[in-house]
Design a protein around this ligand. Structure first.
Ligand code: HEM
Length: 156
């Protein structure tokens, strides 16, 4: 009997924790969607950003060398990456660090340039500074982490 009460208490606590997590997630999604950030916004952002990246004379060649004809796969991956970071959707299961460790031809300043291009894209898609900051704060942290594992070549 005592064992049963203990077991049911543990189960109850666990269910309450799960419910609290669910409520936090709903709250987070509501606050994001209140700013206009949802899956559709992320999809549009990723499409627009990588269209600009491909046309960028500094970054375009680096991406094209690795991605070649597989842009659809990369875009799908990047949508799930941002959806996981911003909307906590848990749909991304890749490994960004190894993907950048073996890149060749990345120059000093390329990560700053990536951040500038990302920020310009965000500013063009949203007139709300807080939307830009939601993405840029994550992007800056990731860029500095990824830059630290990438072999950078000097500017020519
Ligand atoms: C100079 C800056 C950057 C360059 C040149 C670059 C280049 C690339 C390339 C070529 C790939 C494809 C790798 C492959 O498929 O093997 C890739 C993947 C990826 N990049 Fe970057 N990247 C840069 C910055 C960033 C930043 C700042 C972020 C995050 C905010 C990021 C997030 C990712 C992610 C999540 C993937 C997918 C990794 C995977 O799961 O396979 N990248 N990047």
């Amino acid at each position: 009997m005592v064992l049963f009460q203990l077991w049911s208490q543990i189960l109850n606590t666990h269910l309450q924790d799960l419910e609290a997590i669910r409520q936090q997630r709903i709250h987070h999604l509501n606050s994001m969607s209140g700013m206009g950030i949802d899956e559709a916004f992320i999809s549009g952002l990723v499409e627009e950003f990588y269209t600009r990246v491909r046309g960028d004379e500094r970054l375009g060649p680096i991406f094209d060398r690795v991605i070649g004809d597989n842009w659809e796969i990369h875009l799908t991956k990047m949508k799930s990456f941002w959806s996981t970071i911003i909307l906590k959707s848990n749909t991304y299961s890749g490994k960004p660090v190894p993907a950048h460790q073996n890149l060749s031809g990345v120059r000093q300043g390329d990560f700053d340039h990536w951040l500038t291009l990302f920020s310009q894209t965000l500013n063009d898609l949203s007139s709300q500074p807080e939307v830009v900051e939601v993405f840029m704060s994550k992007a800056r942290t990731m860029a500095s982490r990824l830059e630290s594992v990438t072999t950078l070549v000097a500017e020519d």
